[in-house]
Ligand binder design. Structure first.
Ligand SMILES: Cc1cc2nc3c(=O)[nH]c(=O)nc-3n(C[C@H](O)[C@H](O)[C@H](O)COP(=O)(O)OP(=O)(O)OC[C@H]3O[C@@H](n4cnc5c(N)ncnc54)[C@H](O)[C@@H]3O)c2cc1C
Length: 472
């Protein structure tokens, strides 16, 4: 390998890295991919997006089966087989790991299993990466361009270490038994997804959050609705908390915190999940030998994902200033591949990134929240349509929630769409396209939506900006 000079070497085989390598190869570039894990796919496939949604699907089925008689199906007495839930999740992962191995071969991407490290700036236009392989040997890989895509790790509150009681997303996905009680620290997407899943499976779930609302990056009305739904489902939520302390004991852990009224609260739980954000994985990858100066561990890039070291790009969760989402990383990978190949590309636009939270009910949004739009000085007009007026939502027995459209009065431009309710994470795609094409409320009011679909709630949502939703 020492004699081969690749056009590009991608360090990290998560969604950002493998997408970039595949597209680079499709453009005719000679690509290599290094991953430190024994399986490709990164956090997303092995410990994040995919396993959680596989478990969520089991939880949803379980929720339906618990009252199958409501749908005219009698005699169903479901029994939870936790090992079966985990096995199905693992099966979904394995199939897609195999799929990735196939895609690497199909696209003639040379893969290395090892920990990659930059050795310094390019010499005569060629970078050298050292990869420490699983067998202890070191492989030297040369390439004209380098793409860093090493991802992120779960943050843990200071003084704690993950084990079989204090869990991160990694440990919780393989716990041998369904816990009877769970305290979730943090109410971002990861925290509330696990809270929702484990509540469905019957655990006593408590969520504690330092900020004054759940899913704090979402529109305020979405946060309020999720809180209402969580309370309805029996999930205890404490907001604006401080001074969290975890003391392990023989039954799990005692979690102590000060609530919003200054009162000390305690909760004994079998397991505690840390969902307090993710740190970029940039240690030990040789940044200090380059011009790249990380900002609190994050690699900063320009709009084309170029770092301050010539010929070195960064994509995915390690990049500062972009949401840590699989689809942001993979799109950044596509952008970089196109740029390296000298093809048309469009930078990732933060305001066109859909954010999806897979709770029950689901949340999905794109663009500005009402508060952000006002802060930016827009004259804002808002429309809101409740799913209770949507026939498909009633058919699928999930009519809580609403669609909220934030628009600008001047041109009727759609600035943001915020959904909480059934299939929110699927129907948001239409809203991303609408924003991408700079559609106006009026144009969307005359866009035909099939009937009966949950997506029709969007038609009513857009129409509600003009006070003309039909179905409410
Ligand atoms: C529980 C959970 C649920 C999530 N759900 C969603 C979701 O539904 N939708 C969504 O969009 N996002 C979701 N995310 C976020 C998503 O997983 C990440 O944004 C995404 O995985 C980031 O992709 P990445 O390629 O940057 O990094 P990663 O997926 O972390 O992959 C990085 C890869 O780099 C490898 N690596 C690290 N260092 C080196 C090195 N030095 N040399 C070689 N290889 C190295 C690692 O082994 C890993 O395979 C979720 C995250 C979690 C934790």
């Amino acid at each position: 390998m020492a004699d081969t000079i690749f056009d590009v070497v991608v360090v990290g085989g998560g969604p950002a890295g493998y997408t970039c390598a595949i597209r680079a190869s499709q453009y005719g570039l000679k690509a290599a991919l290094i991953d430190a894990n024994d399986r490709l796919g990164g956090t997303c496939l092995l410990w994040g997006c995919i396993p959680t949604k596989a478990m969520l699907f089991s939880a949803e089925l379980w929720d339906h089966l618990k009252h199958a008689d409501r749908y005219g199906i009698d005699g169903v007495t479901p029994k939870l087989n936790w090992k079966g839930v985990l096995a199905r999740k693992d099966d979904v992962i394995s199939r897609h790991v195999k799929g990735l191995d196939f895609l690497m071969k199909k696209n003639k991407i040379t893969t290395f299993k090892g920990f990659g490290k930059l050795t310094g700036p390019a010499k005569d236009g060629v970078h050298t990466i050292e990869a420490k392989l699983a067998d202890g040997k070191t492989e030297t890989i040369k390439a004209k361009k380098v793409v860093l895509a090493t991802g992120s790790d779960a943050r843990v509150l200071p003084g704690n270490k993950p084990d079989d009681t204090i869990l991160t997303n990694y440990e919780i996905l393989k716990i041998a038994d369904m816990p009877k009680s769970l305290v979730v620290i943090g109410s971002g997407a990861v925290g509330v997804e696990f809270a929702s899943i484990f509540n469905s499976f019957g655990a006593n779930v408590t969520v504690i959050e330092v900020l004054p609302r759940v899913v704090p990056v979402e529109d305020e009305e979405i946060s309020k609705e999720l809180l209402r739904q969580f309370k309805k489902r029996g999930i205890d939520v404490y907001l604006s908390i401080k001074d969290t302390k975890i003391e392990k004991n023989k039954d799990g852990a005692l979690v102590t915190w000060t609530d919003a009224n200054g009162k000390v609260q305690t909760k004994q739980a079998e397991k505690v999940l840390m969902a307090v954000g993710r740190s970029p994985r940039t240690e030990g990858i040789g940044l200090e030998k380059t011009n790249i100066k990380p900002d609190r561990g994050f690699v900063m890039t320009n709009e084309w994902m170029e770092t301050t070291e010539p010929g070195v790009y960064a994509i995915g969760d390690i990049v500062g200033g972009l949401p840590q989402l699989a689809h942001v990383g993979s799109m950044a990978g596509l952008v970089v591949a196109a740029r390296m190949a000298g093809k048309y590309a469009k930078p990732v636009n933060r305001l066109r990134v859909p954010g999806c939270t897979y709770t029950d009910p689901q949340i999905a949004s794109v663009g500005l929240t009402e508060a952000q739009a006002k802060e930016k000085g827009y004259s804002v007009k808002v429309g809101k349509f409740p799913f209770v007026g949507n026939s498909k939502a009633t058919i699928v027995d999930s009519h809580d929630g609403f669609v909220k459209v934030v628009s600008d009065t001047k041109y009727g431009e759609i600035l943001g769409v915020h959904i909480i309710g059934p299939y929110a994470t699927e129907i948001i795609a239409e809203c991303v396209t609408a924003l991408e094409l700079e559609a106006t409320v009026e144009e969307m009011m005359f866009t035909i939506h099939a009937h009966p679909t949950v997506a029709e709630a969007l038609l009513d949502g857009f129409s509600s900006v003009e006070g003309m939703a039909v179905n409410v």
